[in-house]
Design a protein around this ligand. Sequence first.
Ligand code: ZN
Length: 333
Amino acid sequence: MNDLNSLLETLASKPAQAYLVIGHNPASFAKNFIAKIYCPRRCGSCSHCHKLQTGTHPDLFWVTKSGKRMSIDQIRELQQQALYAPLEASKKIYVLEGVEDLSLEAANSLLKILESPPSFLIFLLLARSQNLLPTIISRCQVIKLPKPSEETIASGLRQRGWKEAAIEYLLSVTRGNEISDDLQPSRNILEERDQLRQRLSQTTDAELWESLRSENLFARREANLEILRRLRRWNVAETLRAAAALSDCPTEAIRVFIEEATYWCRDLLTEGTETTRFHRDGSAELAAIKTDSTKLAEALRALETAPWKWQRQNANLQLLLESLLFTLRAALA
Ligand SMILES: [Zn+2]
């Protein structure tokens, strides 16, 4: 029995009234947990098992977002319904998916029922992050689900017919995380990447900055890499303009640029000595760049401290980015 199964076993034998489940695939964890609560042996043939399989269990309520986030109306409706006793089981279970996106109003409404729930109620709040009202968290038992290893993700993709090179690229873009549902990569992802690179290599600097704001993870990554390539040939005036343009980008885009540059420098620093790379699809390109390891280490330090200086010390963002880009340029030249 693996760790997750034994955890389920222990929890289901005497469930608490509210759980916050964060991390990898919380919905699948919730389904197993609920099945164990309703039928500890998971016989597969009783009325509970049957109704769970067909999605018709009258005491299970699975609430998903109706729009971009869970609405206050959904929570209000839940608040009223939840007070009625269960029909067939001893417990009535509410699963709320995506609670990290709750509005303050909805969160406060949910808090009311979490404060004094009837004894037959169990709440399973599923979230991607712990970005929730502390008062909600404090009323829940928090379960953090471990992330699968890269090898597990890769073998899952292999089983679904993905080719090795595409898997390497996907893992490189997602930094070894799972491919989220909203990413939906196409099977021609490598051809699309090459076309994207080709197109980005011919765009103006201004268009390149615009691409940093893209919703598409692949487009953002390639735009960041193109900036790092251009940085090596930009003159002083162009580098200053770049710092100004970058400082105008949304905070998240600047953070991602710094992250991408950090991984690029780390790859360059370990080039030829390690097999694991962040830019696994770019080894030929990385190998062709002549670098000075002292300057690279300096650039890495600057990149790693930049977010801290910027957020905690209120440094002037544009000046900070100017200094960062010049340090980077010196390391990559
Ligand atoms: Zn059963």
